[in-house]
Design a protein around this ligand. Sequence first.
Ligand SMILES: [Zn+2]
Ligand SMILES: [Zn+2]
Length: 112
Amino acid sequence: MKHHGGCHCGQFKFDTDLDPMFIIQCNCTNCRRITGTYALHCPYGETEVNLSGDTDSYLFKGGSGYESVAHTCKKCHVRVYNKPAPEVMDGIVSLPLGGFDTVDKLAPKVEM
Ligand SMILES: [Zn+2]
Ligand SMILES: [Zn+2]
């Protein structure tokens, strides 16, 4: 199924022909602090999703102890995707469920 979405101001956009690999709600402290809420991650392979727009990046240590990168829209500062540490999930980008225009077609499958 095709999906698309973006940030609050619309400067950052994404689209893909595929459903996320899985949708996971992670309640760990890191994910809550990075997102400001309970995190709903939608991971894709880097080549499976088109990302467009300018972002700022913020390095943080995930639960694994390795460095992940959170990307935020340069204009509205909403978090638009994470790049997990390559030691944990190489070649993956994880989009927040809330950014999807098709959010009504997707639901979390796993909570941890
Ligand atoms: Zn924005
Ligand atoms: Zn987490």
